[in-house]
Design a protein. Structure first.
Length: 216
């Protein structure tokens, strides 16, 4: 009799235990976090971004032909806190005063009323991405494939940026630190372009706004 009841008790305990295991099946959550963050970038220039050509002799001004001045070069570096693609466009703040006729020539200011001092160009060379030698490009806004080259001339109607390779159908180059040499070459217009001879000191007044864009 005692033996029978002992077996029954054991069976009851096993059933209760099995029921508790099914009721407490483990549950876990999978959570995805993070954020799409716009990179923070800073711009630095080796000489502050001002290209100072000092006092220029009026004897350089010719009656009917332009005169190119000696170029100056500064290294521009953009440092970002995250990997990104980087490009830029320029706005010529003196566009109406340009004596040039193409989109790579920027205004130097006015003289003798509506006369034009001349124009200048900006060339890109020695491009680097994260200290590695790279390539530069100019391309229509919105282009995903570009033509990479060792040098390029800044164009006011196009995007400029860093490419991953040379040649056509190159991809843009991602990185955190982008560097390039910007060489400025002013060209003085002729006396005719300036609307007459130089009668008083007139400063060169070239100014570009560089608008950088990046992509995640």
């Amino acid at each position: 009799m005692n033996k029978f009841f002992a077996k029954t008790a054991v069976a009851s305990l096993l059933l209760v235990g099995a029921g508790a295991a099914l009721a407490e099946a483990p549950v876990a959550d999978l959570t995805v976090t993070g954020k799409l963050a716009v990179p923070g970038c800073t711009v630095a220039q080796s000489a502050g971004g001002t290209y100072d050509f000092g006092s220029i002799s009026p004897m350089l001004i010719k009656p009917t032909t332009n005169t190119a001045l000696t170029s100056q070069t500064q290294t521009w570096t953009v440092s970002c806190d995250a990997q990104t693609f980087l490009s830029f466009q320029v706005i010529d703040n003196q566009a109406a005063s340009s004596a040039g006729s193409v989109n790579t020539q920027f205004g130097l200011g006015n003289i003798n009323g509506t006369g034009k001092i001349g124009f200048y160009t900006v060339s890109l060379s020695n491009p680097k991405v994260d200290s590695a030698t790279g390539y530069v490009y100019t391309a229509a806004p919105g282009s995903s494939l570009v033509t990479g080259a060792a040098t390029a001339t800044v164009n006011k109607t196009q995007n400029q940026g860093w490419a991953a390779s040379s040649g056509a159908s190159a991809a843009q180059k991602a990185g955190q630190v982008f560097a390039v040499d910007m060489q400025v070459t002013p060209t003085l217009g002729s006396t005719t372009t300036m609307g007459g001879p130089l009668t008083t000191s007139v400063p060169l007044n070239g100014s570009l706004t560089i608008n950088y864009s990046f992509g995640l």
